[in-house]
Unconditional design. Structure first.
Length: 132
């Protein structure tokens, strides 16, 4: 199973210059599946936070954050699709993203009822069963 132990930033990402601008690329390495799943989920979370910001009146910063998040998620997910099956990627990214977004919602005071929390746990439990 993939681990984060011993993986450095430049093992997964590299930068190069394109017409004077730095460009971030993502490498496929044997141990990059887990970090790429985390990067993909984080990108989708950034996009969600950006959409929440745009909906709350911070239109331009929200749009900018959403675009950056979607681009990050896109790049990481493309790299993931080169090394594993879409069904596995989707389940793992969705599970990680869900936990982070629910934590964010709780952190900004948009918690959920006991019924909603139980429903979320059932969904996450189902994802765990399917992923294992």
């Amino acid at each position: 199973p993939p681990t984060l132990q011993g993986i450095r930033f430049h093992d997964i990402f590299s930068t190069f210059q394109l017409k004077g601008l730095p460009v971030l690329t993502i490498h496929n390495t044997v141990n990059s599946t887990l970090p790429l799943i985390l990067v993909t989920a984080f990108g989708y979370v950034l996009a969600t936070v950006g959409m929440k910001g745009a909906a709350s009146g911070l239109l331009l910063p929200g749009i900018a954050l959403a675009v950056v998040g979607f681009l990050l998620a896109f790049a990481a997910e493309v790299a993931l699709m080169r090394q594993t099956h879409l069904s596995i990627i989707y389940i793992l990214v969705l599970g990680v993203e869900t936990v982070i977004v629910l934590g964010f919602a709780f952190g900004i005071g948009e918690g959920f009822t006991l019924r909603q929390a139980l429903g979320a746990m059932i969904v996450l439990g189902g994802l765990a069963i399917v992923a294992v």
